[in-house]
Every structure is written in C-alpha cells, then in structure tokens.
Design a protein around this ligand. Structure first.
Ligand SMILES: Nc1ncnc2c1ncn2[C@@H]1O[C@H](COP(=O)(O)OP(=O)(O)OP(=O)(O)O)[C@@H](O)[C@H]1O
Ligand SMILES: [Mg+2]
Length: 329
C-alpha cells in the first residue's frame, strides 16, 4: 500500500488508465474434426469452462457445511473498518444468521455505542436491562445476565446502546484495559462455535479491545474508490495489536460490499483489492440492494426477511466461504 493509504498503482487516475480486467480463459477446441456426426462420442471432451467470480478469479466450490454434533471452541471474529457505513453491522447480522442456518451456535456482540446491531435485530435501545457496557464495567454482571436471544434460532446477542460510549473513557483507567472484552467473553468460547463482534467506525480503545479478543478480522469494504483510502491505517492498527497484544490475530478476509456489477468502477475497485490483498479477498461479493435497509427497518436479518433474495443468498455463500476458510478447516 502507498503512504497516502491507497493501494499500489492507485493514483486516483481515470478509468482509462486502469489495467484491463482479467478475461475468462477459453476452453481448448476439441481436435475431432474428422469424426462424423453419426459417431456421437468425441475423442476428447472439451474442458469445462472456468466460471470467474466478480473478483475476476475462478469461483471455488464451496461445499454445503456438515452439521456439527457438538458445539464450543468458538472462533472470535471482529468486523472492523474505521470507515462508517461500509456494511459492518449488516455483515455481522447476516453472516451470523447464515452461520446459524448452517447449524452453528452464534453469538453476536454489539460493540458499537450506536447500537445498530441491536436495533437491526429488533431491540429497543432504551428497553435493555443490561448491555455489554454493564458486562465490561461491572464485575458482578455475568455473561448470562446480558445475553438475549436474537430472534434467529441458534443465534444470541450481547446488546449495546449509547451507554457504551462511557466505557471508552472509563476503561482508560483500568489495568489491562485492552484485554477487557477478551476477559468477559472468555466464558462464551465453550458455548458457541463463532462469536462475531460488530465494531464501531473508529480505531479507538473499543476497537482495540475487539481486535485483542478476536482470533480473526473481517474487513468489509464498500466497492468504491474512497473506500480504499484509510485501509493502510487499519492494517497498521491490526499489525500493532498483533505484535503487542494478540500474536495469533489473523485477517480472515476482506469483503467487497455494496457492489454494483453494472459499473466498470465497482469491478476496478475489486480488482485493486485483489492486487493489494490477494487471496484474503473473499470470492463472495455483496451486491447493492435496498432489501438490506428494508430488513433493518423490519428488525430482522435478510435471510429471514427476504429469504430467497440475492442478498440472502450472498450471505449464505459468504458463510460457506468463511466456514471453509477458517472455521471448518
Ligand atoms: N449491500 C448493501 N446494499 C445496499 N445497502 C446496504 C448494503 N449493506 C448495507 N447497506 C445499508 O447501508 C447502511 C450502512 O450499513 P451498515 O450499518 O451495515 O454499515 P456499518 O459499517 O456498520 O456502519 P457504521 O460504521 O455506522 O457502524 C445501512 O443503511 C444498510 O442497510
Ligand atoms: Mg455499524
């Protein structure tokens, strides 16, 4: 990445200066021209054509996940990007709901004082008895006191509201302040298969707590040029947390969101992402559709609000990719 936070070769120049998009390789033509039409079986079958995904790479086969016979040993994944409105909360809700559909026990952690994850699952910010704030700041409050059902079978939620903004200030005076979330989540690891933490759009102490508690990070990125700026700073923060606080931290993947396949622009941004992050970029890309805002208003995941929509299918595909990449592997 370049010093200005952009990507190698990204000069902000016009679309005409971009490298060409990857073309689909053509299957070889069978050399059976001497075979008459009555001889039905050709000597050589043509190779099946390679299906290229939206990121310009061949789509891998993503198998149906196998059901689990026992639960626990959760992988903790932080959904992180300091840029606002890139799809962190939408991805947390819908990836979580898709993983739950595949039989995984899921805990969602709303670690954003905006509380969008909680509201997006139908909770009212002022009607919560306990929130993650109480769990983080009050030693007598246990995980079981705060966990609520999400409305999706197999998926629970640690809700949040504006109270959490006070924790950022109060935690500054705590011993091991960066490890606070890791400490309070520890009892949940044996109960769940995956814990998804929805981060706020900043790289402050709450996000550092989420990165310290996590085994992996997923970076949702809107498929537009300005989204690429600032990613270098995010990478630096992840590297610092890895070096100083959490040596096992991995980047589980970079997810293109709000993709519009009709524009060259969106495809170029995906191409840049693959140049910069290689195989870390998920093959799954989430397209732009108003169904996501509609499902937020309805207070439920798109997988139940519009179960057969392309948005729901995209998040199910992402769940299969995440399972194959870092959960079932
Ligand atoms: N693929 C999509 N297509 C269209 N709209 C989307 C898509 N994904 C998310 N949105 C909408 O964009 C808005 C921002 O999404 P979301 O809240 O998930 O982003 P965020 O990164 O969590 O934001 P913040 O940084 O404020 O927490 C929401 O209104 C959401 O419904
Ligand atoms: Mg959010």
């Amino acid at each position: 990445m370049t010093a200005d936070g952009g990507f190698p070769g990204h000069t902000g120049s016009s679309a005409t200066e971009m490298p060409p998009l990857v073309q689909a390789p053509r299957p070889p033509v069978p050399a059976n021209s001497e075979v008459s039409s009555s001889e039905a079986v050709p000597l050589r079958q043509p190779a099946p054509s390679v299906e290229l995904g939206p990121t310009g790479r061949p789509m891998p086969h993503l198998p149906e996940p196998k059901p689990l016979t026992s639960h626990g040993n959760a992988r903790v994944i932080a959904m992180c990007n300091q840029k606002g409105g890139v799809g962190k909360t939408t991805t947390t809700i819908n990836l979580g709901a898709s993983l739950a559909e595949y039989g995984r026990k899921v805990l969602l952690v709303d670690f954003d004082p905006q509380g969008s994850l909680s509201v997006g699952l139908g909770l009212h910010p002022h009607e919560m008895e306990y929130t993650i704030y109480n769990l983080v700041m009050e030693p007598d409050v246990t995980l079981d006191d705060v966990v609520v059902p999400s409305g999706v079978a197999g998926m629970d939620l640690l809700p949040s509201n504006i109270d959490l903004s006070a924790a950022e200030v109060q935690l500054v005076h705590e011993v091991a302040r960066e490890q606070t979330l890791q400490r309070v989540l520890a009892p949940a690891l044996e109960k769940y298969d995956v814990i998804l933490i929805d981060c706020q759009p900043s790289l402050g102490l709450l996000t550092v707590n989420a990165l310290t508690a996590a085994h992996g990070v997923i970076v949702p990125l809107e498929c537009e040029y300005f989204a690429l700026r600032g990613v270098a700073l995010l990478k630096t923060t992840i590297d610092k947390v890895k070096e100083r606080l959490n040596p096992g931290l991995e980047i589980d993947g970079v997810l293109g969101t709000m993709f519009d396949g009709r524009t060259l622009h969106g495809r170029e941004v995906l191409e840049r992402l693959v140049q910069a992050w290689g195989d870390k970029v998920f093959h799954t890309v989430i397209r732009r559709t108003v169904k996501f805002s509609d499902s937020t208003v309805a207070g439920e995941p798109i997988t139940s609000y519009a179960s057969s929509s392309t948005g729901a299918e995209a998040y199910r595909q992402l769940a299969r990719e995440v399972l194959a990449r870092c959960l079932d592997g």
